[in-house]
Design a protein around this ligand. Structure first.
Ligand SMILES: NC(=O)c1ccc[n+]([C@@H]2O[C@H](COP(=O)([O-])OP(=O)(O)OC[C@H]3O[C@@H](n4cnc5c(N)ncnc54)[C@H](OP(=O)(O)O)[C@@H]3O)[C@@H](O)[C@H]2O)c1
Length: 312
């Protein structure tokens, strides 16, 4: 099968197209014919791209852990899905990803594809929406009526977080650059802050929850806006290797959740949630997409069209 693999070194990753054998699904797994896969450029530097969980070096790692496609074959002990079903989902960071004609995923990591979305739209959903969902509700314990500050609100994770927090009945304060303030307002933000022109800690007031997708100085300055009982959740992976124990405790890595994906699919199909595709490119341009060299709307996820039915 044709696929993109990451070669080179962790500090100088080189994505290249290659032909590798089609994988076989094991027990509890499904083989998926990939229609579209989402691009996360930061993945090229992640430890899971270069090393196995055991610490052994990985070679020819196939990136992209979110996808939309069609079930091609079932492993043993798989029930409740059949060959030909359209599914979307994510798979393990330490396993080969979906920037390929075929990928493998445990059945529990995929859900029926939202009916009203194209494969490319559906492929833009799993990681960003599950990250936003788990940050707000599982880790942030957001309650209706609470005030939440979302950093990076126009980004992949942030735009889902604004929509989900608003629907949950929270008061949403969002940071974005000037060009995206209207976009974030349309998503449902009650208050928007241009982070280039304003200092958020001077205008946001106290909040119950901060969701940080930016890190660095933005994260450090965020502790001071937490009111009594306030929580901070960050998804920025550089935190994991920092010496700041408080920030490390605030960090989590998104997990595949079939039940949550199903609820997100239903919100998408009923129009209560929207996904934004920055641009869709063919597999031949996937390396450029990882290098952030493809142009798009500047909002949402870049997806790569690999198989049939991937049109945006
Ligand atoms: N831990 C996990 O499981 C997990 C899962 C998914 C993603 N992530 C990580 O989360 C981060 C965000 O991912 P993403 O896909 O949402 O990225 P993205 O789509 O590139 O969005 C990032 C956004 O940050 C905004 N931004 C940049 N500097 C800012 C600042 N100082 N204040 C406020 N906003 C700022 C930009 O908004 P403007 O264009 O408006 O300036 C941009 O839209 C990445 O580091 C990614 O690796 C982690």
């Amino acid at each position: 099968m044709q696929c993109l693999v990451i070669s080179g070194a962790q500090n100088a990753p080189t994505p290249v197209l290659m032909n590798l054998p089609k994988p076989f699904p094991g027990s509890g797994e499904v083989l998926i014919r990939v229609a579209s896969a989402g691009v996360m450029p930061t993945e090229l530097g992640w430890i899971s791209t270069w090393f196995q969980k055991s610490g052994e070096v990985r070679v020819n790692t196939i990136p992209a852990h979110e996808f939309s496609g069609t079930v091609e074959a079932l492993g043993s002990d798989v029930t409740g899905v059949k060959v030909g079903d359209e599914v979307f989902g994510m798979n393990d960071w330490y396993k080969d990803g979906a920037m390929a004609q075929y990928c493998i995923a445990p059945l529990g990591d995929v859900a029926p594809k939202p009916r009203t979305l194209t494969h490319s739209e559906a492929a833009s959903v799993p990681i960003s929406s599950l990250t936003a969902w788990q940050a707000l509700f599982d880790h942030g314990r957001l309650q209706p009526g609470e005030r939440v500050l979302i950093h990076g609100a126009s980004g992949g994770v942030g735009n889902f977080a604004v929509q989900l927090a608003k629907q949950h009945g929270a008061y949403v304060i969002a940071t974005a650059s000037a060009a995206n303030l209207d976009f974030v307002t349309q998503l449902g933000a009650d208050q928007v802050i241009d982070y280039h022109a304003q200092t958020f800690e001077e205008v946001a007031g106290l909040v119950d929850l901060v969701l940080d997708t930016v890190g660095g100085d933005t994260l450090q300055r965020s502790w001071q806006v937490l009111g009594p009982g306030g929580r901070l959740v960050t998804v920025v992976s550089s935190v994991a290797s920092s010496s700041d124990e408080r920030a490390k405790r605030a960090f989590f890595i998104v997990e595949p959740r079939r039940d949550q994906l199903g609820r997100i699919a239903s919100l998408l199909d009923t129009g209560r949630l929207k996904t934004f595709v920055n641009t869709a490119v063919p597999l031949s341009e996937a390396a450029s997409a990882y290098a952030r060299r493809v142009k798009g709307t500047g909002r949402g996820k870049t997806v790569v069209c690999i198989g049939k039915g991937a049109d945006v």
